[in-house]
Unconditional design. Structure first.
Length: 594
């Protein structure tokens, strides 16, 4: 295909690509969006399939959305077909061929293709760069779920420039000389085959507000109307939800009245949003008045699937404003007339009473649950456990387990492990000792022995305990690992990666020594040492400025046959040049500010 690019024969390239797709296509090609997420990458590393993404190779016009675990050859085949359509001045042809496959045009591989295939023709190279940004945007927009995830990810990390860049590509795709996007699926045409859905618009709107960019949110609102897709009920609901998160009840009410003025009929979810906003904005009377309007507009006899959600929102709001008697009355009314209260309804009361140490209220709620033939879940019992610990009950774990038995709840490894994990995340000294007590109970229970997940959760939890002295932490970790080995619980690669990261983020010297000990244990047990493993331990050394150890590890990595690329190569470069690095995104977020 590269040969025919040089020969300026686009039709032969497309014929070859069509033959390949007819013979092989996307058959058995397993694709997963990774966006550098730890949990998504781990499984692929076990099979040696992880791909490193070198964003430094990306061109200025390309959008860095993440990447797909797929061989470079598959990307180059698709790029050759795109190049052929570019040679024929057919952006629509290039778009069609991209949308017909799950293969992504990720920056490092497209950059490599441009270097290899278009070095002889700067005009074609520049045209392909212009195509790429539009093709990547169209592909992202065509997959609303992925779009929402990516936009939300940028919003959470406040990557404003990335969001502005994406929205700029979208607005240019909606109008101008090179339009290829429609503002709504109903507006799709031959020239605009890809459309933004309400899901995409909503994701952008809420993210702009989250990043405190009301200017972009206002522009988006105007752009939707300008391009023939005025905001519908879901967008108005999202706007009210934003005000609810800001606890701005007046803003939520203004949005509600504007929505009604524009002839938009509220649905159950929009009522839920405005009721919640009013409660959080400390306007409970207004909230209950809105609830009365909801009940008139949506009688319980109607089979609306959101009745329970709205009622649970009101219960939560009433408890939030201290009107527990009204909340209890509403629950009783729901029990008699519907919608029937669910575990969420009861957990709201458990949480309210638990935070205030009202054990009579907790007991009454548990009795009501039993009368309603509802079993508590992990949230129920972790909330009760935390309340007992706050009240100074040293036997809190025993009391909760006895309560579970009385309620007829069957204990299992997953429930035990969840209770332990919750207490460790609470982080208090009492919580820690309660978690250790439950772990001992599991170890004495032949039917529910702790597994790898349980122990990994405990070890990881140790490193979140800011109050624990380093010497005590090391003793506890040694004790837990001794139990793991004594019980013969096998630790896998993901667990070792977690242990390495925990040790290297820990702000004391013995964290490095413990990480090296785990690394040696991996080698003794013949656990695969993958690129990711090397990345974690070398990044830790660069963060801690352990240059001598880093040098030895780099030499060992090369001796093992690993030839680093992408992020791993950049870490090696930092070690070689004594450049300290900040704690990497692969490190646990809870220690990023240590």
């Amino acid at each position: 295909m590269r040969h025919y690019i040089k020969e300026e024969d686009p039709q032969t390239i497309l014929d070859l690509y069509n033959r390949f797709m007819n013979l092989i296509g996307d058959k058995d090609l397993k694709m997963e969006y990774t966006f550098s997420r730890e949990e998504d990458r781990e499984g692929k590393e076990k099979e040696g399939e992880a791909e490193e993404m070198d964003e430094s190779l990306a061109t200025d016009t390309e959008l860095k959305f993440g990447h797909i675990s797929v061989s470079e050859g598959r990307v180059h085949l698709l790029m050759a077909a795109v190049a052929a359509h570019a040679m024929k001045d057919s952006f629509r042809g290039a778009l069609d061929v991209c949308l017909s496959t799950v293969v992504e045009l990720d920056p490092p591989r497209t950059a490599a293709f441009l270097q290899m295939a278009t070095g002889h023709d700067s005009s074609l190279r520049n045209k392909l760069k212009q195509y790429l940004s539009r093709l990547q945007t169209a592909k992202l927009v065509s997959r609303p779920g992925v779009f929402t995830y990516q936009v939300g990810r940028w919003g959470s990390s406040r990557q404003i420039e990335a969001l502005e860049n994406l929205y700029g590509h979208i607005t240019r795709g909606l109008s101008g000389p090179n339009t290829y996007l429609a503002a709504d699926p109903a507006l799709i045409t031959e020239m605009k085959p890809v459309a933004l859905t309400q899901v995409c618009w909503t994701a952008l709107l809420t993210t702009f507000f989250k990043c405190e960019r009301k200017d972009l949110a206002g522009k988006l609102w105007d752009d939707m109307t300008k391009h023939g897709a005025p905001p519908g009920i879901s967008m108005w609901t999202a706007l009210i939800d934003v005000y609810e998160q800001m606890r701005a009840a007046d803003g939520a009410l203004d949005a509600w009245h504007m929505m009604l003025e524009q002839g938009i009929k509220p649905d159950a979810l929009s009522y839920r949003a405005i009721i919640s906003a009013l409660f959080k904005g400390r306007q409970p009377d207004q909230a209950m008045a809105m609830f009365d309007k909801y009940k008139k507009a949506f009688p319980i006899a109607d089979s609306d699937t959101h009745h329970l959600s709205v009622h649970n929102t009101v219960i939560h709001g009433l408890c939030l404003s201290g009107r527990t008697t009204m909340a209890e009355d509403l629950r009783e009314h729901m029990q008699q007339h519907g919608p029937k209260p669910d575990i969420v309804s009861y957990n709201t009361f458990i949480n309210y009473h638990g935070r205030r140490g009202h054990f009579q209220g907790i007991a009454a709620t548990l009795r009501a649950m039993k009368d309603a033939n509802l079993d508590g879940d992990v949230f129920t019992y972790t909330t009760v456990l935390s309340a007992l610990l706050k009240a100074g009950k040293t036997n809190a774990a025993d009391l909760v387990l006895a309560l579970m038995s009385k309620q007829g709840v069957k204990r299992n490894v997953a429930l035990y492990s969840a209770l332990i994990d919750h207490q460790l995340r609470e982080g208090g000294e009492k919580n820690f000792h309660a978690a250790m007590q439950m772990l001992q109970m599991m170890e004495r229970d032949p039917k529910n022995p702790p597994n790898e997940i349980t122990y990994t959760s405990v070890i990881s939890g140790l490193y979140r305990l800011g109050w624990m002295e380093p010497s005590d932490l090391m003793k506890w970790e040694a004790d837990i690992m001794a139990r793991v080995r004594q019980r013969g619980v096998p630790l896998g690669l993901p667990t070792y990666h977690l242990l390495l990261r925990n040790c290297l983020v820990y702000p004391h010297e013995n964290g490095v020594h413990q990480a090296l000990a785990y690394f040696e244990e991996m080698k003794r047990r013949e656990i695969p040492i993958l690129n990711k493993t090397w990345y974690i331990i070398l990044a830790g050394m660069a963060t801690r400025m352990e240059w001598d150890i880093g040098d030895k590890l780099v030499a060992e990595m090369y001796a093992s046959g690993i030839h680093p690329t992408g992020p791993l190569l950049r870490i090696v470069h930092k070690i070689n040049n004594r450049i300290q690095t900040e704690i990497d995104v692969y490190m646990p977020s809870y220690r990023r500010n240590s």
